[in-house]
Design a binder for this molecule. Structure first.
Ligand code: B1M
Length: 210
């Protein structure tokens, strides 16, 4: 089995303690950081499918998520460049009711390396908390909202609408996460949507430079 296949299998199996070492070995073997990340994202897809079919349960999903996070820690310096913070501050979080943070963390990483200072509010973030973060931080040019659950799409809508109705100015709102679409983003009044972390960074730059 190749090292990259081993990383994939161990993330699926939730072997968090082994992942950092295996990711390093995969890098030492010459695999690109982006390819290793892609393999781990695929693992999470497999885990999600197995959850859907009842072949594994929440604790196993959690272990897989922990394993992936350990792998991302090793890759982070290789996936991000020097940040100049010239694009202002990006406030990011996963919307209220939603505890998924791996995708949000990847988006935060890519946005930071695109030149934003990132203020990460974590998961289960209420609209009020997003608004307070815009008030409390200097030069907020972007608010980024992540959501992975169909059931928290209304919270996403509420957050975007509350930000827009807050009277605060000078920032754009970008949304993303597996169940969202460009059409949903437009419908709830977001300024932008991105399907993945790489395109979120590109879109973020585009939005604040417009
Ligand atoms: Co949950 N979960 N989960 N889960 N989980 C999903 C999302 C699910 C699709 C699994 C499934 O059924 N197949 C399903 C949601 C179905 C739906 O609503 N459409 C689901 C469910 C149902 C649940 C619970 C309700 C299960 C339960 O309790 N019965 C529960 C909800 C808890 C809650 O949030 N209130 C739950 C819990 C959990 C854990 C806590 C155990 C764990 C999360 C741990 C953590 O994040 N620290 C977990 C996990 C791990 C998953 C899966 C397996 C993996 C998620 C992940 O990290 N993917 C997931 C299945 C799947 O994704 N196929 C699943 C890898 C990550 C890199 O991808 O997050 O999609 P993703 O991010 C991508 C893009 O979406 C995008 O870019 C990222 C990278 O390219 N993106 C953005 C994300 N945010 C963005 C923001 C942007 C732009 C792009 O701009 C701001």
């Amino acid at each position: 089995m190749s090292k990259i296949a081993e990383v994939k299998a161990k993330v699926e199996a939730g072997k968090a303690k082994l992942i950092a070492g295996l990711v390093q070995e995969a890098l030492d073997e010459g695999n690109a950081a982006g390819d290793i990340l892609e393999a781990m994202i695929e693992s999470m897809g497999v885990v999600g499918d197995k959850f859907s079919t009842g072949d594994l349960f929440v604790p196993e999903m959690l272990m897989a998520a922990k394993a992936m996070s350990k792998g991302v820690e090793v890759l982070k310096p290789l996936l991000t460049g020097e940040s100049t913070s010239s694009l202002g501050t990006c406030v990011i979080g996963t919307v209220e009711g939603d505890l998924h943070d791996i995708g949000k963390n990847l988006v935060a990483m890519m946005i930071e390396s695109a030149g934003f200072k990132v203020v990460d509010l974590g998961v289960d973030v209420s609209a009020e908390k997003f608004i307070n973060a815009v008030k409390d931080n200097e030069n907020v040019t972007l608010v980024a909202c992540s959501g992975l659950l169909t059931s928290t799409m209304p919270a996403m809508k509420g957050t975007v609408q509350a930000l827009k109705a807050s009277g605060l100015k000078g920032f754009k709102v970008i949304v993303g996460g597996a169940p969202l679409t460009e059409a949903f983003a437009a419908e709830v009044g977001a300024d932008g949507f991105a399907p993945d972390a790489g395109s979120a960074a590109v879109k973020a730059k585009e939005l604040v430079s417009a």
